[in-house]
Every structure is written in C-alpha cells, then in structure tokens.
Design a protein. Structure first.
Length: 221
C-alpha cells in the first residue's frame, strides 16, 4: 500500500497533443488504459458535447500541460486514522493530481481516484454532472493563484468527548446561526467542517449523490 496521496501511476509520462483540430479521439489517445478494455467512455463524451465552449482546443491542451508538470509530484503524506494532524499542499499540486486522474493515469492507494467507472456509467445524468464539475474546475483553475495553499485538518477526540446519551444540557438558540444560502457564500466563514461517516465512505469516485455532513464554521460559533 502506498504512503503517498498522489496516486500517479507513471510520474515520468509527458502527455502530448496537437494545438488545434483535436476531438474526442485525441482525448482517448491520452488515456493510460486501452479503450477496448473499459468501454467507450460514453458518459465523458456526452458531458463534453454539452459544454458551451471548445473543450478540445481551448482547455484540453492546458490539462495536458498540467498533467505533465511532474515538478508538482512532491509526495504528501496522508492523514492517519485516529490521529490529530494537518496536511498542506498547493493548488498547483491538487491540479496536477486531478489532471493525471482525468487521463486515468492513477493507481490504487488509500482509496482510489480512478474515473473509469464514472466515464462509462449508465447513470447518465448524475455522472455527467460529476464529470462536468471536474471540467469546470480545470476551466477556472487557470484564473487562481497556483501557490494558494489548501489545508486539511483532522481532529481525533478519542476519549475526550462526553457520553452524549447521558447529557441533559439545553442548547441555547442564541449560539446557533442558520445560514440558508450556499455555504460558499458565508463571508464570515473561517473554514468548513466535514463530518465524514466512516461507515458509508467508499473511498472512490462513483456516480453517487451521497452527501457527507458539512458545516460552515463562522466567527460566531
């Protein structure tokens, strides 16, 4: 089992593509697996066909460049279960990992970011939205600061928490702030707190709408 979260199968591969006249076959030719072994990637094709811009010639060359930038391949140690710790990486590192995942250049580790199932899913509507989300991420990432740092923290309380079944303390409504808009629009937020349920987490990317419990932590909490 790997001890790195990069999941890149071939960290030396340089992806190449023409600067113009690209199409779906140009994209498939970049995949690190054989098309006949994994289907026709029909869901991926449907997603791209619905885009309102020229994906193959305006965006695909950028993804090729990002996936080939192996200077971003610095290993990031994963957070270990049951421990309190923090990992930090840059937006450029995240983009490098996801660009290689987009071309299926990944291997299994702590979970998997293999997108084959998603690209070939028969759950068309949901799968299309997931693939579209990734493509829009690439589209917007060129406008962001590559040195922006992403911090992930894990807090493991172990025996520090009380037995909630035995608590009889009322919660004061004044301590609760309900925000009904998008969590990204909470301007006072200092961060997001994700309560991942270890009993349902599948450690892979599939056409699923399962939403983990996410709270927006604000200054008033």
């Amino acid at each position: 089992m790997t001890n790195s979260t990069t999941y890149i199968a071939d960290q030396q591969r340089i992806f190449t593509i023409s600067n113009e006249n690209n199409n779906f076959q140009s994209l498939v030719n970049l995949f690190s697996i054989k098309k006949e072994e994994y289907g026709n990637f029909s869901c991926l094709n449907q997603t791209i066909c619905q885009l309102d811009f020229d994906f193959y010639n305006d965006l695909l060359p950028h993804i090729v460049k990002w996936a080939s930038d192996h200077s971003q391949s610095k290993s990031i140690e994963p957070l270990q279960a049951g421990t309190t710790a923090t990992i930090v990486y840059t937006a450029a590192q995240a983009r490098y990992i996801l660009a290689n995942a987009f071309f299926l250049n990944t291997r299994s580790g702590y979970g998997t970011i293999d997108l084959c199932h998603l690209y070939n899913s028969s759950y068309d509507k949901l799968s299309i939205e997931r693939v579209r989300c990734l493509i829009e991420y690439f589209r917007l990432s060129s406008q962001q600061d590559e040195n922006r740092e992403i911090s992930i923290e894990r807090y493991s309380y172990k025996n520090e928490l009380p037995d909630w079944n035995k608590q009889d303390i009322p919660i004061q409504s004044s301590k609760i702030n309900i925000f009904t808009s998008r969590m990204e629009d909470a301007n006072e937020a200092q961060g997001f707190v994700d309560f991942a349920n270890k009993h349902i987490h599948i450690h892979s990317i599939i056409p699923s709408a399962t939403q983990e419990e996410i709270l927006c932590k604000t200054n008033v909490l």
